[in-house]
Design a protein around this ligand. Structure first.
Ligand SMILES: *Cc1c(COP(=O)(O)O)cnc(C)c1O
Length: 361
């Protein structure tokens, strides 16, 4: 196969073709350097420039204020589930967790190993179909932080605006919707995201962290698990994922050319709307998330029965629409349509949905 198919994978996910083309063109020898990005020292001047470009690109696109640090770590968002409480949940304190789906549950599990946790709200009873209203949150004013998952990748549930948490630092796992729309960074204490959904390849984790929080970190943590290590060493304490950071720098260029996150957001909304309209047009398809909490990145829906769902994803795959099977924990169908996913692929899916219903409805 040498044609690209439509890749609805939830992650690692589709990357922009122009970015892949640059990476391919320069794979053997970066212009003026004569070596691949993968072959140069992370302490070389060339890598310094790549690193600086990735950071400044993200700062510009996300409007990250100067009092926030930008870190490129490893271990995925999953390691952040542990690092956040290890650094910011001291023995006698308690942290508030808002559980809107599978990833929030995993974050909670790790936090419980570190200290006291208050579940400020869980949407498990409704089957994780929406985010809570502010009035539903049982927040504690003394909490060390409030943790949310801005987009639940598996259930397809997304916050449309930040919860009101007062002066308590808001900590967010934004792995699957970072860079999909503008965000008010100053409302957050920490934002973290694995790169492989919407920002680059797997193996890099972005952490955006407000300066003043650093002084709350207890001494005695393992060096690699202490955020201060990475701040002081500018993410170069150990060898970072040089290739991943390079791709992020190219993604930032691509996003800027597209008009930044506001432009990207409009495109993402338009793409998602096409699929949600197709779901709403018939009883055959049932959307998982409530209207107000529908994700623009991961569109989740059900068919009348599991047999039809299997048939749907199998036939779609055969037609070059790959990765539509829902996560094994929830079933159904999931169309992940991140920034780089093309409109043509969304239109192809909508056409397939109509055809499939006609033949099976
Ligand atoms: C994919 C994902 C994770 C896990 O990321 P890893 O990089 O595999 O650790 C965590 N949270 C969310 C919201 C995700 O989508």
């Amino acid at each position: 196969m040498d044609e690209r198919i439509f890749n609805f994978s939830a992650g690692p996910a589709v990357l922009p073709v122009p970015v892949l083309e640059i990476a391919q063109r320069d794979l053997l020898a970066l212009p003026g350097v004569g070596m691949s990005v993968m072959e140069i020292s992370h302490r070389s001047k060339t890598f310094d420039e790549i690193f600086a470009k990735a950071e400044s690109g993200l700062r510009e696109l996300l409007g990250i204020p100067p009092n926030y640090r930008v870190l490129f770590l490893q271990g995925g968002a999953s390691l952040q589930f542990s690092m956040v409480p290890m650094n910011f949940l001291p023995g006698d304190a308690s942290a508030d967790y808002v559980i809107t789906g599978s990833w929030g549950k995993k974050a909670l599990k790790e936090a419980k190993r570190s200290g006291n946790v208050n579940v400020a709200a869980t949407m498990a009873d409704g089957g994780f179909t929406r985010v809570p209203e502010n009035e539903e949150l049982k927040l504690s004013p003394q909490a060390a932080y409030v943790h949310i998952t801005t987009n639940e990748t598996i259930e397809g549930v997304e916050w449309k605006q930040e919860p009101e948490v007062g002066d308590v630092p808001l900590v967010a796992d934004a792995s699957s919707d970072i860079l999909s729309h503008p965000i008010p960074i100053e409302k957050y204490g920490i934002i973290y995201a694995g790169a492989q959904k919407n920002m680059g390849p797997s193996g890099v984790t972005l952490v955006i962290l407000r300066d003043d929080l650093l002084k709350k970190i207890p001494d005695g943590l393992h060096t690699m698990l202490d955020y201060r290590t990475h701040v002081e060493n500018k993410s170069l304490y150990n060898t970072p994922n040089t290739w991943g950071i390079y791709i992020i720098s190219l993604i930032c260029d691509w996003l800027k050319e597209k008009g930044g996150l506001a432009g990207m957001h409009r495109e993402n909304e338009a793409k998602a709307q096409l699929i949600y309209d197709a779901i709403d047009a018939t009883e055959f398809y049932r959307g998982h998330a409530d209207h107000d909490s529908r994700s623009i990145m991961n569109v989740t829906f059900r068919l009348p029965n599991e047999e039809l769902e299997k048939k749907f994803s199998a036939e779609a795959t055969a037609q070059g629409l790959d990765g539509l099977k829902g996560h094994r924990s929830v079933g159904g169908i999931r169309a992940s349509i991140y920034n780089a996913f093309p409109l043509a692929g969304v239109k192809a899916l909508v056409a397939f949905m109509k055809e499939f219903e006609k033949n099976n409805g």
